[in-house]
Design a protein around this ligand. Structure first.
Ligand code: UDP
Ligand code: MG
Length: 320
């Protein structure tokens, strides 16, 4: 059997699922598949390649259809419109059946041969292995933005990586099963995985300039990621106990409000402000304490109620 016939084998025997998120990348798909297949066949891995078409309008889906017809181990998912890369990865993860899941960008900026090094690191006992584009072949602005992003990200999330946002990654199945990706959260996957106790490693990988099409992410869009960083930090620490963070604000405001209320009564004889200012100030602070407390309790309620956020994408078709 020259290639592992994924539709025939027991699904449980699949070693590797390669997930490829793509938006308008028709030129590279055939070459990318051949390279991935050559690498994994040489490694004697039983694998599938899942192309996730994130709303392409350039005929990428027709190429995926052809690949699916020609190869037993090619699967495809087509979104109704562009739902962004994180959603494409999430859909691929939901459909992946391999014991290990590998992701790779579709544009051939990554080298499929790097997959071997990623798999080796997983075999050493890591749960998530991320590529590191050590010598990144992208415009200067993007390299600078990316450096800044990675620096801030590793400081705030306490995950020591050079390159959070490398498209090339390998995961144990259990890791992707618990990732809840939407928006642009794909940039923070290592932080999100670390939060769930995953063991994370990094390997330097080669990087090539884009040969076809154009990048979907400019330097500016990368910097927008800083806003997502606050969300990730908040979620990573307080997702299951939001009342703790709002509770601290409520207690602080309550203490300040109580003290202000007492000032005209027990404070020094010559106060800087008249009693009316202290009373109004105290009332405002106590109102804030109540608001923080209520927000905290509402957030706790949401945490209990909102388990299912899978509605972040809509699939038009799947090829199995
Ligand atoms: N991509 C996607 N949906 C999007 C944007 C990008 O599926 O909304 C895919 C894209 O086709 C590519 C990968 O994500 O396979 C990385 O995108 P890109 O190469 O534009 O990012 P860059 O390498 O420039 O950071
Ligand atoms: Mg790229």
């Amino acid at each position: 059997m020259s290639e592992c016939e994924a539709r025939e084998v027991d699904r449980a025997q699949l070693d590797v699922s390669v997930v490829v998120p793509l938006a308008n990348e028709r030129e590279t798909l055939e070459e990318l598949y051949s390279q991935i297949a050559a690498v994994l066949a040489q490694e004697e891995r039983c694998f599938e390649v899942i192309f996730v078409d994130d709303g392409s309008a350039d005929g990428s889906w027709e190429v995926i259809r052809r690949l699916h017809a020609a190869h037993e181990n090619v699967r495809g998912i087509r979104f109704r419109r562009n739902f962004r890369k994180a959603a494409a990865l999430a859909a691929g993860f939901a459909h992946a059946r391999g014991a290990i899941v590998v992701t790779i960008d579709a544009d051939l900026q990554d080298d499929p041969r790097s997959i071997v090094a990623l798999l080796r690191k997983i075999a050493e006992g890591n749960d998530l292995v991320s590529g590191w584009k050590q010598d990144r072949k992208d415009p200067f602005t993007k390299r600078i933005a990316s450096r800044l992003f990675n620096f801030v990200c590793s400081r705030l999330t306490e995950v020591q990586l050079h390159d959070f946002n490398c498209g090339l990654k390998a995961y144990r199945r259990s890791v992707v099963e618990t990732l809840n990706l939407y928006g642009d959260l794909h940039r923070f996957i290592p932080a999100l995985a670390a939060q769930r106790g995953s063991r994370i490693a990094e390997v330097a990988v080669p990087h090539f300039p884009r040969r076809y099409g154009k990048s979907h992410y400019g330097g500016a869009r990368l910097l927008e990621g800083i806003f997502d960083l606050f969300t990730v930090c908040f979620l990573s620490r307080y997702l299951t106990r939001p009342a703790h963070v709002f509770g601290v604000f409520a207690v602080l405001a309550g203490l300040l409000g109580g003290t202000a209320a007492l000032m005209p009564v027990v404070g020094p004889a010559s106060l800087a402000w008249p009693a009316s200012v202290w009373v109004v100030g105290s009332a405002l602070l106590l109102a804030f304490a109540g608001i923080f407390l209520s927000i905290g309790l509402l957030a706790e309620l949401l945490t209990r109620l909102l388990h299912d956020r899978s509605a972040s994408f809509v699939i038009a078709e799947t090829l199995d």
